[in-house]
Write a protein that binds this ligand. Structure first.
Ligand SMILES: [Zn+2]
Length: 128
């Protein structure tokens, strides 16, 4: 599989944001930026070095930033799963108390759903 370009990852994110009902900013939906994480992002605690990606979202503004770890640039499949995972966090916002920002059971469920949704999408020809 070829290394991921940020442009192709942004197109992938847009397609999956639509698929998950997050919409587009011009239609009142979410604005979601996708960037390679910088050293400053890591220093600010936005992403840990082991993670393929992370996401920060502001529900009141319908804006989110997905940070991807460039160490995973050669692993397109992992980056795609990570993007679906982060978009599911946005989709499910409100289903976990704000005070509990990390729950391993919740993360495990999102990982499972990410894989199942991707497999379902890939099994439908013409529906990438
Ligand atoms: Zn997560």
């Amino acid at each position: 599989m070829p290394a991921a370009s940020i442009a192709s990852l942004r197109r992938f994110t847009e397609a999956w944001a639509l698929r998950l009902g997050l919409g587009t900013p011009d239609a009142g939906g979410w604005g979601i930026s996708v960037t390679w994480a910088t050293k400053a992002d890591a220093a600010n605690g936005l992403i840990s070095d082991e993670d393929a990606g992370s996401c920060v979202w502001m529900i009141e503004h319908r804006e989110a930033n997905i940070y991807l770890n460039k160490r995973y640039a050669a692993d397109l499949a992992e980056l795609h799963l990570t993007i679906i995972h982060e978009l599911l966090h946005i989709r499910l916002e409100g289903h976990l108390p704000r005070a509990k920002r990390y729950d391993p059971h919740y993360e495990h469920a999102i990982n499972y759903l990410s894989g199942a949704l991707r497999a379902l999408a890939e099994s439908n020809p013409g529906d990438k």
